[in-house]
Ligand binder design. Structure first.
Ligand code: PLP
Length: 403
């Protein structure tokens, strides 16, 4: 077989559909967020980033950077091993304590990313509990789906954000079968928020465990940044809260929080925890500083909310259609992969605005979009510039305006 020809043919297929992905060559600039440098063939140009998951700009917060510098100087670059083989560092221990406190749980356990924490925890729980059935929200993230698939446990999909459909499926299962209900707080592409309380009510009624992905909620929601589950006072009802240190907290890494026994069980049996090198100490130190700061400071969350609301109002005034949702994620639907990429290319080239196109398979075909993520650091002038540029392109490409 001509392997290379096979690869090329598959890639050509993506190009024909308009789904071939190209990444902008962007250099973040410490202290200048959301400003960055775009490295083009014809030389670098400054851009404003409107699609970062560093939602609060914590990746450039002076306290985070200072903590990372200090730990780097103290401990050096790497962790030196898996957690089992010399890789557990004091910063890991401090960070796990801080995360447990954030969610009001007995324990927390770190992973190298949010993806790995979902994959490792769901696959371990569902495969190790004899006869476990996993009930998974139809909108769940790829990392949860892969973890559940890897467990080989029976999986039932329930309708997105629909506790009644969940109840219907649970009622049909044997009473004594172990059950795990997996869902998210903020869904990253539509920006909708799951009915956590109702999900817990249903799960409790049928004796099921609950697994909540708070990846797009932690740092951003709740009085201390504990996520939607903190804001709604239901953190104590969840068996597992899973989060990331890469988005609201601006660094990298993932974690779970829950009972001491549950965390210890995953620590002891999860291949994705045991057999990979631990996070570098300075990364854990940076995340620790970020979590601590956002526990005490509401400034970033309040300003974030304000910028999101301002952007939505400006888009409405210009008739640029966007999903009306209760979160900080502003999806502007284009509905066609080629146009979606064209808009993003023109925003970057002509207007110095960076928004990455979101196409299939990240979102269903026909719902291709710009996923705009305002931060507390975007100014009124940034908003005006973005909306003016979008409005010009909407006219030029004859796209439908919102009423
Ligand atoms: N869970 C959800 C819902 C996500 O959207 C993502 C990533 O975007 C992850 C988990 C993975 O988190 P991380 O980026 O920390 O690997």
């Amino acid at each position: 077989m001509n392997y290379d020809a096979f690869f090329r043919k598959q890639l050509d297929g993506l190009r024909r559909e308009g789904n071939y992905r190209t990444f902008a060559n962007i250099q973040r600039q410490s202290g200048a967020f959301p400003g960055a440098m775009h490295h083009r063939d014809r030389g670098p140009a400054p851009v404003t980033v409107w699609c970062s998951n560093d939602y609060l700009g914590m990746g450039q917060h002076p306290q985070v950077i200072a903590a990372m510098h200090e730990a780097l100087d103290k401990c050096g670059a790497g962790a030196g091993g898996t957690r089992n083989i010399s890789g557990t560092n004091h910063y890991h221990v401090l960070l796990e304590r801080e995360l447990a406190d954030l969610h009001g749980t007995e324990s927390a356990l770190l992973f190298t990313s949010g993806y790995v924490s979902n994959w490792a925890t769901l696959s371990t729980l569902a495969s190790r509990l004899p006869g476990c059935v996993v009930l998974s929200d139809a909108g769940n993230h790829a990392s949860m789906i892969e973890g559940i698939r890897h467990s080989r446990a029976e999986r039932i999909l329930f309708r997105h954000n629909d506790p009644e459909d969940l109840a219907r499926h649970l009622a049909a299962l044997p009473k004594d079968a172990p059950k795990l209900v997996a869902f998210e707080s903020v869904y990253s592409m539509d920006g909708d928020i799951g009915p956590i309380t109702e999900m817990c009510d249903v799960a409790d009624r049928y004796g099921a465990m609950t697994y909540l992905d708070e990846v797009h909620g932690v740092g951003i929601y709740g009085p201390r940044g504990g996520g939607i589950s903190e804001r709604e006072g239901v953190a104590h009802r969840l068996t597992v809260i899973e989060g990331t240190l890469a988005k609201g907290f601006g660094v990298i890494g993932g974690y779970i929080a829950g009972s001491a026994n549950m965390c210890d069980f995953v620590r002891s049996f999860a291949s994705g925890f045991i057999f990979t090198t631990a996070l570098p100490p300075h990364v854990a130190a940076g995340a620790l500083a970020s979590v601590r700061h956002l526990k005490a400071s509401n400034t970033e969350r309040l300003r974030h909310k304000e910028v999101v609301a301002k952007l939505r109002r400006a888009l409405d005034a210009a008739g640029v259609p966007h999903y009306d949702n209760p979160s900080h994620i502003v999806p502007v639907i284009v509905g066609d992969p080629v146009r979606c990429k064209t808009i993003c290319d023109l925003l970057l080239d002509r207007h110095g605005i960076y928004v990455q196109p979101i196409n299939y398979p990240t979102v269903p075909r026909g719902t291709e979009r710009l996923r705009i993520t305002p931060s507390p650091l975007h100014s009124d002038a940034d908003i005006a510039h973005l909306v003016e540029a979008l409005s010009t392109l909407w006219a030029e490409l004859h796209l439908a305006r919102a009423a």
